[in-house]
Design a protein around this ligand. Structure first.
Ligand SMILES: C[S@@+](CC[C@H](N)C(=O)[O-])C[C@H]1O[C@@H](n2cnc3c(N)ncnc32)[C@H](O)[C@@H]1O
Length: 293
């Protein structure tokens, strides 16, 4: 390994792929050093992680670049900002600075919505869907990939995030607008079958407890929502009631500790029935659903 790389990462080993990976695993933080080491080596080599098995020796320039990205990741730069790519369910998305990186917990809520859409289609309906607070377009993209032929509308307030969503939803036929959850899609009032939303939900008062790599790299508009974190959820309960037809479904993600307070917002609003909370794959309560009366 060239001397200047060793200056950045003193422990960097010789450039056999297996040795580089062993070194990176020992350098990267928990909880997923093995996966991240492989993902980043594949990224640097322009290959898929599955193809790494065919790689013997890594050239000096690639080894140096690998040492640099491992050092950046170890210093807290999100994996997705290094690769510029995130995977969400079966979809691949462009992500980076200025947009919220999609999280695995959102995949379960998206799956719940997709099941509802398949049910509607089996009943002969061509569903109308609204993804509010679309960010990178992750939920909307997964829905259009997995349920073709629907009528999908997505909104996002942030101009920075919108540019990623435009790329990620290009060619899907989705109607993407820059707009506020509070008053968007007035022309759809009473016609939507499913509203899905992963709003910002971290309490402002929890600022100190948010992990620095989240706080420093995800946009604050995507994270924080009033003192108790539920300002956007309260707006969503009103907007979804306006958009949905009777019997239509709303699904919204919340923080684990908000399982009672998020449900209470929908119960208290009066427009909702069958209000229920749901667990993610790790058994934590993470999203609420309700049906328009
Ligand atoms: C937690 S992120 C979710 C992004 C994406 N749906 C996902 O699941 O990865 C919340 C998103 O809501 C957007 N947002 C915040 N306030 C909004 C508002 N009033 N109207 C529309 N979008 C908003 C943020 O910019 C951010 O992109």
């Amino acid at each position: 390994m060239p001397e200047d790389t060793e200056a950045v990462v003193p422990a960097a080993p010789r450039a056999e792929a297996t040795a580089l990976l062993r070194w990176a695993v020992a350098t990267l933080p928990a909880p997923s050093p093995e996966t991240e080491a492989r993902t980043l080596l594949a990224y640097v080599l322009g290959r898929s992680p599955a193809e790494l098995i065919m790689v013997g020796t890594v050239g000096a320039a690639d080894a140096r670049r690998y040492a640099e990205v491992i050092a950046e990741r170890a210093a807290g730069t999100p994996l997705h900002h290094l690769t510029g790519v995130a995977h969400f369910r079966h979809s691949t998305l462009r992500v980076g600075p200025g947009v919220f990186s999609p999280r695995p917990e959102t995949e379960v809520m998206t799956g719940h919505v997709i099941t509802e859409l398949h049910r509607l289609i089996a009943d002969g309906v061509t569903p109308v869907v609204a993804d509010l607070c679309t960010g990178s377009g992750a939920i909307a993209r997964a829905i259009t990939d997995e349920v073709p032929g629907i009528n999908l509308h997505a909104c996002e307030l942030s101009e920075d995030a919108l540019s990623y969503a435009m790329d990620n939803l290009a060619g899907t036929g989705a109607d993407l607008v820059q707009g506020d959850l509070a008053d968007v899609f007035g022309e759809l009032d009473g016609t939507v079958d499913v509203v899905v939303c992963n709003p910002p939900y971290i309490p402002l008062e929890a600022w100190e407890s948010v992990a620095p790599d989240v706080r420093d790299h995800d946009p604050h508009l995507a994270l924080f929502s009033g003192q108790d974190g539920l300002d956007a959820m309260r707006v969503l309960a009103v907007t979804a009631a306006r958009l949905l037809r009777p019997g239509g479904l709303v699904a919204a993600e919340h923080a684990e500790v908000q399982h009672a307070s998020a449900v209470e917002i929908f119960v208290a609003h009066g427009s909702w029935t069958a209000v229920a909370d749901h667990l993610d794959l790790t058994g934590r309560p993470r999203f609420v659903t309700a049906r328009r009366r």
